[in-house]
Design a protein around this ligand. Sequence first.
Ligand code: ADP
Ligand code: MG
Length: 699
Amino acid sequence: MPAQAEGKTAAPALSAPQKALHRLGLVRDIDLALHLPLRYEDETRIVSLRGARDGQLAQIEGTVTNSEISFRPRRQLLVTLDDGTDTCTLRFFTFYPAHQKTLAVGARVRVRGELRGGFLGWTMVHPAFHAAGGELPDALTPVYPTSAQLPQAYLRKVVASGLRRADLGENLPPALLGGLNAVVRGTWTLRDALQFLHHPGADVSLDALEDRSHPAWQRLKAEELLAQQLSQFTARQERAALSAPALIAQPGGLHEQLLGVLPFALTTAQRRVGEEIARDLMRQIPMHRLLQGDVGSGKTVVAALAAAIAIDAGWQCALMAPTEILAEQHFAKLIGWLEPLLTPLGKRVAWLTGSQKKKQRGEMLALIASGEAALVVGTHAVIQDQVVFQNLALAIIDEQHRFGVAQRLALRSKMGSGMTEGEPHLLMMTATPIPRTLAMSYYADLDVSTIDELPPGRTPIVTKVVADSRRAEVVERIRSQVAQGRQVYWVCPLIEESEALDLSNATATHAELSQSLPGVLVGLLHSRMPVAEKKAVMSLFTGGEMGVLVSTTVIEVGVDVPNASLMVIEHAERFGLSQLHQLRGRVGRGAAASACVLLYTPPDSGRLGETARERLKAMAETNDGFEIARRDLEIRGPGEFLGARQSGAPLLRFADLATDTHLLEWARAAAPVMLAEHPQQAEKHIARWLGGRAEFLKA
Ligand code: ADP
Ligand code: MG
C-alpha cells in the first residue's frame, strides 16, 4: 500500500455539479445556508392573460387546445393554451416525447415564463411547465447566483438542504442580544433571518429585500461584521503575545540630536504622531502602526525620528519604498540628516536596490550583516534572501498599499542573526488616507496615527479642469512659470492596455513641449528607461536646471521637489481619484502659489462619463485628502482601497460600509466583550463566517 494512502480513506470523487459548487465556495452546509438569492420569482399567484402586461414574468394556468410540430422557420413544438380569458402560444425549439405528453390537447398545465404580446397574440418561448394541480407555494421562489454548470433547480435543492442541516445555533450571548436587536430593529435569530431570506412570504416588500434594509438582512450583516471584528481583535491579541525589543528614547539621544539639525520645526501633528510611535517602540510588543498623512504632510521625518530611536538603542532599522526613485529620495534625505550623526558612532546608512552593481551590493550586504549599517534604505531588494540583518528592530514601509501581504511578512521575519526571538516593530506609511469606516473594519487590527496638518507656509493648490482644446493656453502658463524660475510637471495619460502607447504619448508630448518652449530644458521620464538615465533626469529636475519634466506615472509617489509649482495632468479623466490627488501633491510643497491643471479630452461621442466627471469635480472642489478618500470610497467601493492587503482575503459579502455604519459600530463594541467573556462562542462565530479564511486578515 502506498504510504500516502495509509490510515486515510480515499476522498470520493466529486460529481460535476459538486465541483461547480466548490468553485463557488459552497462546501460546508453553512456556506450553502449563507448563499443568498440574487432575486426572487413569484410563483405564488396565477395571472390571467387578459390582465397581463407585455414582458411580464408570469405564471398562467389553462387547457391545451392545440399541439403541433411546425417546421418553419425551423422545427418547433407549438402549443396553444387557453386560460379562459385569452390564449397564449408556447414555443419549444427542443422537446422530447415526454414534454409532448404533458402538453397534449386537453391537458391542464401550469406554465411560467416571460409573456410577449404581439401580432399573433400572447407567446412564451421555452416556459417552465408542469401538469396543473398542487398547491401554489406560499413563499417567493429564490433565484441564486450560479454558474453555467449548475442548474438553478439543483442549486435550490442543495441550498435548501444545506439550510436545513447547517448549525445555526445562536452564537451571541444573551447580554449582547439586546443591543443587537436595537440596531437591527427587530428580534431575528440567524436561523429565522436565513429561512426568511431564502423563502420570503408572498406579501413581503421586495424593496426592503432588495436594498437590504429589512431586519433579517440587518441581522445577517451585523453577524458578518461581528465575525470580521472578532477575527481582527484575535489577531491583535495574538500579536500582543509576541515579543519585540523595547526601544527607549534617551534624553539627549540621537533623535533629539536629529531634531536639532533639522532645518525646520516639527508641526504639532508630526510631534503628536512621533510620540505615539515612540510610546509603541518602548513596549516589548511589536508595533503594528499605520502612519497616514496627506501627500507633503512630512511623514519622512517622522520615520527618520523613529529610526533614530532604534539606532540609538543599538539596533538596526530598514526602510523599504516601492520604487527606486522614491527609495533614492529617501536615501538622499536620510543620509543628509542622519549620516553626520552616525559617523562619530562608527555607523552608516546602507543602500539596496535591484539595479545595483554586484560589487557594491556585496559591500552593502556585508555592512548589513555586521551591523555597521544602522539604517538600510531600499526597494524590494531589502527583503531578498541574501539580505541578513545583524539585529533588525524596526521595519518601515513607505506607501504600504503598494506592497503585498507576503512582502510585509517577509520584512517582519528578518529579525536577524543577532536576535534570538521576537519580531521587529512595524511602521507602515501611506498618503492615501483610509476613510473612517474602513479603518474601523478592515484595518481594525492596526493602530493608526494621522498627520492632519501640512507644514506651515504652503499655499493651497488651485485646481483647474480644462478641456484639451485649450492646450495652447496651458503651454503659455508653463512658459510664464518657468520664466519666474519655477518648475513644472507634465504627466501623460495612463493607457492601461499598453505600456507602449503610454510611452509614445509621453514622447510626443515631450517633443511638442520642447518645440514650443525654446530655451527651456524639457526632460522625459518613463518606466522603461534604464535606471541610470532616470536618475540623471531626476537629478537635473531636483537640481533646478530642468524647467519641465514630462513623465508617465512613474512620479506618482513621494517625489519631493519644493520648487515645482505647476502640475499638468493630461487625459486626467483616465486616472483614479486617489492617483490624481497623489499626483497633485507633487506641487504646493514650497511657499510659491501652486496650481494643478487637469486636462481632459471628451470622447468623440461628446460628454465625459459620469464617474470621470465626478472625479474631476471632486478634485476641483477639495484639496483635503480625507475628503478625497471618502469620495473615492463612494465612487469605487472598498475593494480597490484595500489593494494587495486583501488579495485572497474575504471582502464583506453582505455588509456595506457606506450604509451599515450603525451595525459596524455595534460589532466593534460587541467584539471585545464577546472575546473576553465568551471566547468559545467567539471562536465558533469566526469559524462560521470566515471558515479557513481568517488567516488572511492577520497580515
Ligand atoms: P510625505 O508625507 O508626502 O512623505 P515628505 O516627508 O516628503 O512628505 O515631506 C514633504 C516636504 O516637507 C519635504 O520637503 C520635507 O522636508 C518638508 N517638511 C516636512 N516637515 C516639515 C515641517 N515641519 N516644516 C517644514 N517643512 C517640512
Ligand atoms: Mg513620502
